[in-house]
Design a protein around this ligand. Structure first.
Ligand SMILES: [Zn+2]
Length: 634
């Protein structure tokens, strides 16, 4: 006999809440704070409002989120319904110039990059995501537009001019002090860059927008250097318009830019000396190529007079600025796309032409089927989806591809093309160090065979995390490699009634962090199988406002029985108000329910830690005597 109904009901409610928390939706990583939407109030827009290089039907318009530039994660909602979220890798800010750049990557898409810059009040950006390039630009009717770039509308071919290859080139040997060209914070080199642009380019976008796009391209180049462990910081020391009318032939623009006394852009040389620019880029509207550059083959400061390149404005979101400057730094394309050589026998780009999803190409490589451009220079020491992004000269000289090594080797020479000028632009320093270790590791058994491990992500430059498990706290095995920003993992490889120990470390291309603290957990015993359902049920009217419910106990492993009741609603003509009115211990076969008068039906099931049995019943009964509980409550 069990009369303590309220207690039983409360227990049932508590049990229900516990169950809900077990099923609880796993929370997104909070270590980097919640993501912000890049655009608010986004809606589809007509192609006519988009730049001509937009892919048809991919445009959305909205207002750029004012808080986005300080958000730790940025979500882009694409017109096909996908939402992709970039995790911030760094911001670069120069308050004296009113510039701020936000650089991030999408964890699920290696080599991807999102770059957004606000400069002189104009915000532009681009997203390079697998085969897709998306551009964020001010809209013609205010606000911003986001659209995918149509690759077919981007110039493909790109001529390269070869620098002189003289046997007598002298290595270095200038008077410039390395203290002026070395980034003291990292030991890397600063390559000071002057970018000039044509009136036609300015007219196409508006000055502030074009300058913001150029700042983006510089930020993207710096991220690619960092991704590939290249000790170079590209430092934009000059950015301005230069009087010049391009002919449409990009090679002509390069000659006119480089020429010192041809009456075309000759002022650029004085400007270069004033700001101390090692390299000079022209952004033009020449539509026959994405860019053109002289490629340094003899490593010498005498190449300074050839350290010029031209980039089509429409290719700034395609890593073309980093590519063309890369030629000035001594890089050549992938071997299959050139017969030329770069500064070193291994100064080639790398590409993997595979359409199975594993294809990619580095910044210096030409396109091929299946190979999207990633924000990396070739290097045998950096990996894309498990594939090395280059080939070491020592292991395979005739196929070697190691732009990163080449750039590190030419970096001091390029930095010495000009002594530093008067610019106060703050360089964006690369930080080629192993990431900071995660902390706060915890391990919680969510079932006899499942442990939820969590930790705090303390690094902003990790490629991912390596999670290790031990059965004795001494010998650890790595059980999972997880992407950047991950802060939890469900381990379904554990067994019941055992102790387990977890530790985690972050890693990047430099190496592993130290380990987090060790989190230990004891898994619970294997739960019993659910009990068998009761064999029979009957409900009797006690004629005093209660019913006696009886059932046949057919199970041997129950921890108790659950008695459930519904009431017949005479207005709705339906059974309503299903509720568990009591839970009684194992081997009980009856319970008195103080139901009050009315017509009820009961069902019963057996329970244990492994679950519940099927129901027996329902058994209906009309109870007389006492008062009706259903009415007295109202
Ligand atoms: Zn090229």
């Amino acid at each position: 006999m069990n009369l303590n109904h309220r207690h039983q009901i409360r227990r049932a409610i508590v049990a229900a809440f516990s169950f809900a928390s077990l099923l609880g939706i796993s929370q997104a990583s909070q270590a980097y704070g919640p993501p912000a939407q890049a655009m608010n109030d986004a809606k589809r827009v007509d192609d006519s409002t988009l730049p001509s290089r937009a892919l048809a039907g991919t445009g959305i318009a909205g207002s750029f989120n004012a808080n986005a530039m300080s958000a730790p994660q940025l979500t882009f909602t694409l017109p096909d319904g996908r939402t992709i979220t970039a995790k911030r890798q760094r911001t670069a800010e120069d308050t004296t110039k009113g510039r701020k750049s936000w650089v991030g990557t999408f964890t699920e898409q290696p080599g991807s990059i999102a770059v957004i810059t606000t400069f002189k009040g104009a915000t532009t950006g681009f997203v390079s995501y697998g085969p897709e390039t998306w551009e964020l630009m001010p809209g013609k009717a205010g606000g911003h537009v986001l659209y995918r770039v149509d690759d077919k509308k981007i110039p493909a071919a790109e001529p390269v001019l070869m620098g002189p290859k003289s046997e007598n080139d002298v290595i270095s040997g200038t008077s410039s002090s390395t203290s002026l060209t070395t980034d003291a914070t990292t030991g890397g080199y600063v390559h000071d860059l002057l970018v000039v642009y044509t009136p036609a380019a300015k007219a196409t976008y508006g000055q502030a927008t074009l300058e913001s796009m150029i700042q983006n391209a510089v930020a993207a180049a710096n991220q690619a250097y960092q991704n590939s462990n290249i000790g170079i910081t590209l430092n934009l020391v000059g950015l301005q318009e230069i009087p010049y009318t391009e002919t449409g032939a990009i090679q002509t623009s390069l000659y006119d830019l480089q020429g010192t006394a041809d009456g075309k852009m000759d002022a650029v040389h004085q400007l270069r000396d004033t700001v101390g620019a090692d390299v000079v880029s022209l952004v033009s509207q020449d539509g026959d190529a994405c860019g053109i550059a002289w490629s340094m083959r003899s490593i010498s400061t005498s190449f300074a007079s050839s350290a010029f390149n031209v980039v089509n404005s429409g290719c700034l979101s395609n890593h073309s600025l980093a590519h063309e400057i890369g030629h000035n730094q001594g890089n050549m394309h992938d071997r299959a796309s050139t017969t030329n050589t770069g500064a070193f026998p291994y100064s080639y780009g790398f590409r993997r032409c595979m359409s199975d999803g594993t294809g990619f190409r580095t910044v210096m490589s030409y396109s091929c089927t299946g190979a999207s451009r990633v924000a990396w220079f070739s290097s045998p020491n950096a990996y894309y989806n498990g594939y090395a992004t280059g080939i070491a000269y020592e292991s395979d000289p005739t196929n070697s591809a190691d732009n990163a090594r080449s750039m590190n080797n030419t970096a001091s020479t390029v930095a010495a093309f000009r002594t530093s000028g008067t610019s106060t632009t703050t360089p964006v320093a690369p930080s080629p160090t192993a990431p900071t270790a995660p902390s706060g590791a915890t391990a919680t058994a969510t079932a006899y065979n499942s442990v939820n491990a969590k930790w705090t992500d303390n690094s902003g430059d990790e490629i991912g995390f390596k999670l290790e498990r031990s059965g004795n706290g001494v010998d650890y095995t790595e059980i999972a490699t997880l992407g950047a920003g991950t802060t939890s993992y469900v381990d379904n490889g554990v067994i019941a009634s055992s102790n387990f120990y977890y530790r985690v470390r972050a890693y990047n291309s430099v190496g592993n962090s130290t380990y987090s603290n060790v989190a230990s957990v004891t898994t619970p015993a294997v739960p019993p199988s659910p009990p068998a359902a009761p064999s029979s049920i009957a409900a009797l009217n006690d004629a005093n406002g209660s019913a006696t419910v009886m059932w046949g106990d057919a199970s041997t492993n129950e921890s108790g029985f659950e008695v459930r009741r519904e009431k017949w609603d005479t207005r709705k003509l339906a059974w309503t108000g299903l509720t568990t009115v009591g839970t009684v211990p194992a081997n009980a076969t009856s319970m008195i329910d103080l139901s009050g008068s009315g017509t009820y039906r009961y069902s019963v099931r057996a329970t244990n830690a492994g679950g519940v049995s099927g129901l027996v019943g329902p058994a209906a009964v009309t109870v007389t005597g006492g008062t009706s509980k259903g009415k007295s409550g109202k």
